[in-house]
Each structure stands twice: as structure tokens, then as C-alpha cells.
Ligand binder design. Structure first.
Ligand SMILES: *Cc1c(COP(=O)(O)O)cnc(C)c1O
Length: 416
């Protein structure tokens, strides 16, 4: 504990206070567990917000990092290395898109997507089409913290301190087809979606809304851009969440689990969109370095070797079914939703949601809360039924205890 207190005091003095950290000091991990300085093992159902998808100390990731770090860590994109094309083959085959640009993070991949959309609209205009520069984003969207990404992110608290934001962004009510139709026009260069909103509370698009976005974009030469940074790379049981809908975007972005914990992002697009990019228009010093790419290749190969897409669907369905059964016992759970291992239980109280995260932590289980009332589960792909059972039992105990205290406080009124 002394060490943690020392670090807390030092950080409080030295770091920008951007994070409200939980008072735990992690030093290691193994499989589905992350381990603190006292050797306490936590069942990690958050995985560094969807990053550590293969769990901790995965032999393929650790081995690849060890080998590649002794060969080559960085080259600069002014030269070739082996990794980018090899990873790009895998990504294009699995996403159904044609070309890739590698970045270092989610927000940076998303900036690339926005730049592609604006540049492509410019190309179309030069070819005589009537396409504007406006972006339609969705309410409750989250696309990152840099200027373009932040400007297309819905929550005002992320945008207003940094005003003025990038102009030309309008927000459409989530899954509201009439609002989408009303706001769409030839001024729009791209419709921006997450097939399943992550930060916004694990909210899937309806088939109807997604299809309408595709149809509107097609009708006017605008692009449909899908942010798969949280939902992509197999988490939902398919490589990209849009594949559940049978709808192809023109552009997509990947990041969080892409390189097993190393920073790597990617923006992918069709051949048609790719023709707008020329040497020098976009770039990155670190993006797609040899180390990150080698690990990205190992992640994809491991997901396939271990049969994890099918596994995510199977264990995710089990998890969701257990959450639904829990909801029948506790009326504080007002909704259960998600797909594969991207799951949420929405509660009727923000206070209880916060308390639940803290109580789960005390019981050695990491989850988090998003959108105030939504308990979010982004477990590692190697999750087993027994881990689900552990989590459900802990939630059951927390809600039962809470209901008991609550009913005692409110004079014995039954609740859940
Ligand atoms: C996390 C996230 C981002 C931003 O990724 P960073 O790596 O934190 O910049 C963008 N879009 C979605 C959907 C995300 O979940």
C-alpha cells in the first residue's frame, strides 16, 4: 500500500489531472486475471477498455514482442518493413474493405477516416458531383479526443471546453430514421456511425436505421463510415459488428484490441475511396511500426487458431442469458443488451451503477460504468462459463444486499 500511496502523491503533483483512477496498482496478469502489487488477482471483465482481448501474458503476444523487439521496433514510413502488408492482407480479407492506413490509436484512425471523407467529397466535387462537407454523427456517439474526433463526439463535456470545435458536424437522434432523413442532404459528405455504440452505452443500431444510412449515402455520393474501434476485431463474434447487419461501410476504423495491448489503429476503405489519397496527404511517424504490426498479425492468427469468434458468440450468449435471468430477479436492471462479448446491463440508478462497480472491485472483478447507468462488460475473448458464473453471483449478491438496505431504509417496502 505504501507504494501506491507514494505513486498517488507523486502523480497528484506531476500529472495533468485528466483521470479519476481507482486506487489499485497493477503489476502483472495471467489469462483472464490482472494482478495487483499485493498479489491479488482480479477477474478482468473490462480488459483495459476492450484492449487486452486475448487476456494477459498470452504466449503468442509475449513471444512476438520478444522476438520482434530484438529484430526491429521502428523504421519510419519512408522505408518498407515486413509487417504492414502482411497485416493489411489479413485485415482487408476479414473486413471486406480494400485498403488500409495504419495509425497509433483509435482517435488517430478516426481522424484518418474524417480526412478521407472530406478529401473524397472534394474529389467528387471536382468530378462534377454535388457533395458537401458536412458530417452527420449520432447522439451518444464517441469517436475520440483529438479535434476532429472530439467534434464528432456527442457529449458536450468533451467538446465545450475546447470550443470552437471543427465546424460542419450535426448530430442525429440515435436510431431515429425520420431525423436522419430530415438532416441528410447533398451538403453531407459522410454519415458516421458505430454499429454498436460503446461509450454511449452498448447500443446497437437498428437494421432499419443502418440500412437507411447506407441508402441515403448511396443516393447522394456520400460515405458511410463505421467506427469499429471498440466493437471490431471479433469482439461481437464477427470481425466487425457491421457484418451482423450485412451492410458494408465505405470506411471503417479499428484500434483497441488490434495489437494485443500495443498502440495501433487502422482506417480501412474501399478502392473507390482510396483513389483520393496521394503520397504526402496523410501520414504518421509511428503508425504501423514493425513491432505493433507483428503483434497485430499474431493477434489475428491467435483468434483464429483458438476459434475465438465462435467462442465469443457462444460464451457471450451465455453471459447475456445469465444477465437476463438476473434481470428477472432484480428490477433495478432495466435492460440487457449487446452482442458477443460486448455487453451491458442498464440500471435504473446512476448511484447504484457506481456502487456496483465499486462493490465488484471489492469482490475482485473489474467492470465499468458508461453513460451513467450502464454496467459495461468487455471481457477477454478467452472468458469461460465459470468466469461468467462468478460475475453473475457477485452481481446477484450486490443487488440483493442493496435491495435489502434500500427496503430497510424505505420502511420495508419490497424492491426486487
Ligand atoms: C475508444 C474509442 C475511440 C478512441 O480510441 P483512443 O484509442 O482512445 O483514441 C474511438 N471510437 C470508439 C468507438 C472507441 O471506443
Amino acid at each position: 500500500m505504501a507504494k501506491l500511496e507514494e505513486i498517488r502523491a507523486a502523480e497528484a503533483r506531476l500529472l495533468l489531472s485528466t483521470y479519476d483512477r481507482n486506487p489499485i496498482l497493477f503489476v502483472g496478469g495471467e489469462g483472464v486475471h490482472i494482478i495487483d502489487e499485493n498479489g491479488t488477482r482480479y477477474l478482468d471483465l473490462l480488459t483495459g477498455i476492450g484492449v487486452n482481448a486475448l487476456g494477459y501474458n498470452h504466449p503468442a503476444i509475449a513471444g512476438t514482442i520478444a522476438r520482434q523487439s530484438q529484430k526491429l521496433i521502428h523504421t519510419s514510413n519512408v522505408y518498407y518493413h515486413e509487417g504492414q502488408a502482411e497485416l493489411a492482407v489479413r485485415l482487408t480479407e476479414r473486413t471486406g474493405l480494400d485498403r488500409v492506413f495504419f495509425a497509433n490509436s483509435g482517435t488517430e484512425a478516426w481522424e484518418g477516416a474524417l480526412k478521407l471523407a472530406r478529401a473524397y467529397a472534394g474529389l467528387k466535387r471536382s468530378e462534377g458531383a454535388k457533395v458537401g462537407t458536412k458530417f452527420l454523427a449520432l447522439e451518444q456517439s464517441f469517436h475520440g479526443r483529438t479535434f476532429g474526433s472530439m467534434s464528432t463526439t456527442y457529449k458536450e463535456k468533451y467538446r465545450t471546453p475546447f470550443a470552437p470545435v471543427v465546424p460542419g458536424v450535426e448530430f442525429v437522434r440515435f436510431n431515429d430514421v425520420a431525423d436522419l432523413r430530415a438532416k441528410f442532404s447533398s451538403e453531407v459528405c459522410a454519415i458516421l456511425v458505430e454499429a454498436i455504440q460503446g461509450e454511449g452505452g452498448i447500443r446497437p443500431l437498428t437494421q432499419e436505421f443502418f440500412a437507411e444510412a447506407r441508402a441515403l449515402a448511396d443516393s447522394a455520393g456520400a460515405l458511410l463510415v463505421a467506427d469499429e474501434i471498440q466493437s471490431g476485431m471479433g469482439r461481437t463474434g464477427k470481425w466487425c459488428a457491421y457484418q451482423h447487419y450485412g451492410i458494408m461501410p465505405d470506411v471503417t476504423t479499428l484500434a483497441k484490441p488490434l495489437a494485443g495491448g500495443l498502440p495501433l489503429g487502422a482506417v480501412l476503405c474501399t478502392e473507390e475511396v482510396a483513389r483520393v489519397m496521394h503520397a504526402g496527404m496523410h501520414g504518421s511517424t509511428f503508425g504501423g511500426g514493425p513491432l505493433a504490426c507483428a503483434v497485430g498479425i499474431a493477434v489475428i492468427d491467435s483468434i483464429e487458431k483458438q476459434g475465438l469468434l465462435k467462442h465469443n458468440t457462444e460464451v457471450g450468449d451465455y453471459f447475456q442469458q445469465r444477465l437476463r435471468r438476473l434481470a428477472t430477479r432484480h428490477e433495478t436492471i432495466v435492460d440487457v443488451r449487446g452482442r458477443g462479448l460486448m455487453l451491458a446491463a442498464e440500471l435504473d440508478s446512476a448511484d447504484l451503477a457506481k456502487l456496483t462497480v465499486a462493490e465488484m472491485l471489492k469482490r475482485g472483478i473489474l467492470i465499468n460504468c458508461t453513460s451513467d447507468t450502464v454496467l459495461r462488460f468487455l471481457p477477454p475473448y478467452i472468458l469461460e462459463h465459470s468466469h461468467v458464473d462468478t460475475a453473475i453471483a457477485a452481481l446477484d449478491e450486490i443487488f440483493t444486499q442493496h435491495a435489502a438496505t434500500h427496503s430497510a431504509q424505505s420502511g420495508g417496502k419490497q424492491h426486487g
